[in-house]
Design a protein around this ligand. Structure first.
Ligand code: FAD
Length: 887
């Protein structure tokens, strides 16, 4: 008999010793659990849902405090799986109240007849994987145990309230409430002295409401948060119009967006905007009252760059100063310890203005910590506050709290989840855990969850999980389990994503910092909702990559591996390029490829401001050549770097690596002179090499006129430019100068051998292909000349060359010849530093402000150049540079 037919009716609820046997047990009847139950049934699986509460709703069942609302616009914070459901329900407000959202979830439960398979008032207490039966055995505090093939925890990211950290709560003779467990029949606050402890989202929503009722409100704040006015009211006509105009397209855009709300990807960076333009954008966002909007739509660097972020943060600080009257209260309420958005910002209604009321006092716990709660109130180390009611708005043991509260969860080989996660949660995709077959989490740690519109994330997780369970069954497997390799790969990818954003710079509940003793680390997936969705899909299209599938009557299947090995932004860039379906550059002809690249470069962010950019002409090997000079904003004279652009000796010019030159000029505090050397096929080998040498001589002779410091030059280059830089160092050594203090070779061409592993492994798919490199070589250099050290410097004499920094990228055909050159230099006694950039491709370092994860590599390069020049590692940038940019 198929398991699906052993329906949940197999329960004899009169006996607590009986066992209910189902295909799937779901824990939690919030947004996630309800949709799960619906989908499992539709997939023909028998299911039971276990819920501690007395009714459906999850978050919206428990959080009934005054002012509780959603903070993602409600038309977005809704199910989208059934268009008929969407039109059957109308939201009354832009941000619906808790009672309205709870009514909605009740409506959903009734519409799909879900309650008949929900066991309310039933808490799951432990779960054990029975290896022999290939089933989970679930224990509860009420009624029958459950035996299930699949155990799905929809227990919520924010459903385990954090216990108070203050001594003496039990001594208090008044009333104590938690926002996350608010009484159903309300709390009488009128005329009473109330204390609120905590100023996170719940506190910020509740405080203005409580202040209106209470005789006296005292707010105890440890860390101030950024809050923005919600401007609540009816759902905004423009958003509603967009949704109703094309519902399917609207929802689809949300599914592929960054945070699950259909706003486009912002591409303009802060320094491309004038101060007035930035202010205008900010004021629009402030007036919009929309978290997702202000977090994503101001400028592209606000969430990834401290400078771009500081501009928003300062503008919000200015708003706080404009609203709150008392300067000491302003100071206490103004956040300075985290970038805007690194901690969840809050949406408020009159929050800051509430502190102007005569019945409201703010106590800054950073200045006067709470000593104890006494019988009559709260004592800080400076004052006593007598109160009638204490409200704890102290948040949740987020993301892992409710999962680990089911204890023990015992997986394969008797492993307890609490031990496996002792140093922090480890998951694959945030959905599964190695060692715990058939256990799934909805919005688990490692998924976008709390960094997204959770309605969108929940639907995606539920669909993925139920589709996988159904496919598993259809293929005759009974278990699926993540592999250790896949899980470790996901941890690495999570860490790479976390480096990309500013979340790592804040101590928050995202990182576990709010719970004493909890392991620290960014728990939600910071790579975005759309990218996450595409990765989950890729796991499936690549044959359930990273999962071991097994069953009693079928051979085990395991396609092991890591789903993402590229840096997250490199993956996005390559994905976009693949979507563009461009013809290969080598099919366009030299001029066609140049035109194409010029066009393509127009779409990239302009480089960051430097002190001055100028054009000039220098003397090449066979006539004048153009150059572009980048001068730092710091006072000169500066060391000079002779720079050679990339482009396979065929493409590019003195300004095609403009963002890279600007970035390196700023980071090194050095003049960069980018040389417009001659190109093939018009000028074949050795034109580029000889131009490189001649230009270096000319720049050395004219260094003082260019503002350069007397002394040796430095040379640098990327790709074919790295080749010219390496060759130049050999030529100046052999031809009597000028003196070079160091060479920076970024993904250089160093040899004419095409059989190294990187040429084979990375032959296609990473923009620079084997075919493209063959084309470049053919246009520049005839086979007979290719072993000449002026084009294959690896074949030259290497002793006596200047110190080198050689950067190579993992997913680049040129990787291994760069490494070979670095190793050969070292063997020849040349001081060499290598950077082997994991997860990067050929253009990672030069796509400044697109491949953000390239920045640490450029920092290392700049430090190396400064070391070569005998300077300390860091440059101090002048503070006014952003203004300079805008003007
Ligand atoms: C005040 C507040 C406002 C929020 N606003 C937004 C918003 O605007 N937008 C947004 O995207 N997200 C918001 N969130 C996050 C919110 O938690 C999610 O949007 C969503 O409601 C989560 O649904 P869920 O089903 O995953 O979990 P929950 O709604 O938390 O449901 C989990 C359920 O599991 C039950 N449970 C847990 N452990 C057990 C156990 N061992 N046995 C039995 N039952 C158990 C709990 O009782 C609970 O009912 C908000 C959260 C809070 C607290």
């Amino acid at each position: 008999m198929p398991e699906a037919m052993v329906a949940s009716r197999a329960l004899d609820s009169s006996s607590s010793a009986s066992t209910q046997t189902v295909d799937a047990a779901v824990v939690g009847a919030g947004f996630a659990g309800l949709y799960l139950l619906h989908r499992l049934r539709k997939a023909g699986l028998s299911a039971v849902l276990l819920e501690e509460a007395k009714d459906v709703g999850g978050t919206w069942y428990w959080n009934r405090y005054p002012g509780a609302r959603c903070d993602i616009q409600t038309i977005d914070y809704s199910y989208s799986f059934d268009p008929e459901l969407e039109t059957a329900w109308k939201w009354s407000e832009k941000y619906a109240t808790q009672p309205e959202i709870l009514r909605y979830l009740g409506f959903v439960a009734d519409r799909y007849d879900l309650r008949r398979d929900i066991r309310f008032g039933t808490k799951v207490t432990s779960a054990t994987w029975d290896q022999a039966a290939q089933r989970w055995q679930i224990a509860t505090d009420n009624g029958a145990k459950v035996s299930c093939r699949h155990y799905i925890m929809a227990t919520g990211c924010l459903s385990a309230p954090k216990p108070p950290e203050i001594d003496g709560v039990k001594e208090f003779k008044g009333e104590v409430y938690f926002t996350g467990r608010w009484p159903h029949d309300g709390v009488k606050l009128a005329g009473r002295r109330v204390a609120v402890i905590g100023t996170g989202s719940s506190g910020i929503q509740a405080i203005p409401m409580i202040a209106q009722e209470a005789a006296q409100l005292t707010v105890f704040q440890r860390t101030p948060n950024f809050a923005l006015p919600a401007h609540n009211g009816a759902p905004p006509a423009d958003r509603l119009g967009a949704l109703e105009g094309d519902r399917a397209a609207y929802r689809e855009q949300a599914r592929w967006s960054l945070v699950g709300v259909p706003w486009p990807q912002q591409t303009v960076v802060s320094w491309q905007l004038s101060e007035a333009e930035r202010r205008e954008r900010f004021e629009t966002a402030w007036a919009a009252g929309d978290l997702a909007y202000i977090l994503t739509q101001l400028w592209a660097d606000q969430g990834v760059d401290v400078d771009g972020n500081k501009i928003v943060a300062d503008l919000i600080r200015e708003k706080i100063r404009g609203i709150v009257e008392d300067p000491e209260t302003v100071a206490a309420l103004t956040p300075h310890d985290h970038p805007f958005g690194a901690k969840r910002p809050c949406l408020d209604t009159n929050y800051y203005a509430t502190y102007n009321r005569p019945n409201v006092t703010l106590v800054n716990l950073r200045q006067e910590p709470v000593k104890a709660i006494t019988a009559t109130g709260i004592t800080t180390d400076k004052r006593n506050f007598d109160v009638d009611v204490i409200v704890f708005a102290t948040g949740f043991d987020a993301m892992t709290g409710a999962i680990l509260a089911v204890h023990p969860i015992t997986g394969r080989d008797g492993k307890a989840l609490s031990d496996v996660w002792a140093n922090g949660p480890q998951t694959y995709l945030g959905l599964t855990i190695a060692g715990f077959p058939n256990l799934f989490m909805i919005t688990g740690p490692g998924s976008p969850s709390v960094l997204s519109n959770m309605a969108v994330s929940i639907e995606q997780h539920v669909d993925w999980v139920v589709d996988r369970i159904a496919a598993l069954r259809d293929a005759g497997f009974t278990t699926m389990e993540a592999t250790e390799t896949a899980q470790a790969g996901w941890a690495q990818h999570m860490a790479d994503c976390a480096m990309l954003t500013l979340h790592r710079l804040a101590n928050t509940w995202y990182t576990g910092a709010n719970v004493p003793g909890k392991a620290q680390g960014v728990m939600p997936y910071t790579g975005g909702v759309g990218p996450y969705r595409s990765i989950c899909n890729e796991v499936v299209t690549r044959g359930m990559l990273g999962f071991r599938l097994s069953g009693p009557n079928i051979a085990e299947q395991c396609n092991d591996g890591e789903v993402v090995r590229l840096q997250p932004d490199v993956r996005l860039v390559l994905g976009l390029l693949a979507q563009m379906n461009l013809p290969p550059l080598e099919t366009m002809g030299a001029q066609g490829a140049r035109d194409f690249l010029n066009e393509f470069n127009k779409g990239r962010p302009s480089g960051r401001p430097v002190g001055e950019v100028g054009d000039g002409m220098l003397q090449g090997a066979d006539g004048p050549l153009p150059y572009k000079l980048y001068r730092p904003a710091t006072p000169g004279p500066h060391p000079v770097v002779v720079y050679f652009h990339g482009g396979g000796w065929v493409l590019g010019d003195q300004q095609s690596d403009d963002p890279f030159c600007r970035d390196m000029c700023r980071r090194t505090g050095m003049i960069f002179v980018s040389v417009g050397y001659r190109h093939a096929p018009e000028h074949r080998f050795p034109a580029a090499a000889e131009d490189g040498y001649a230009a270096t001589r000319w720049i050395a002779d004219h260094a003082a006129e260019l503002g350069g410091k007397p002394g040796p030059l430095l040379v640098a280059g990327w790709s074919a430019g790295g080749n010219i830089a390496a060759v130049t160092c050999q030529l100046v050594r052999d031809r009597g100068g000028p003196e070079i203090a160091g060479q920076l070779l970024v993904c250089p061409v160093t040899d004419c051998s095409f059989d190294r592993a990187s040429y084979i492994d990375n032959a296609a798919n990473y923009f620079v292909t084997r075919g493209l490199m063959f084309w470049f070589w053919d246009l520049y250099c005839s086979p007979a000349d290719r072993t000449d050290p002026r084009v294959s410097p690896l074949r030259g004499k290497l002793a006596g060359l200047p110190p080198a920094f050689v950067a190579t990228c993992e997913f680049d055909p040129l990787r291994d010849e760069g490494v070979a050159y670095a190793e050969a230099l070292a063997a020849a006694g040349v001081p060499v530093e290598q950077l082997k950039a994991r997860g990067h491709f050929h253009s990672s370092f030069t796509m400044v402000d697109v491949v953000i994860t390239g920045a640490p590599g450029r920092i290392q390069m700049a430090e190396a150049l400064r070391r070569f020049a005998g300077l300390p590692p860091e440059v101090k940038l002048p503070p006014q540079r952003l203004e300079a940019a805008a003007s």
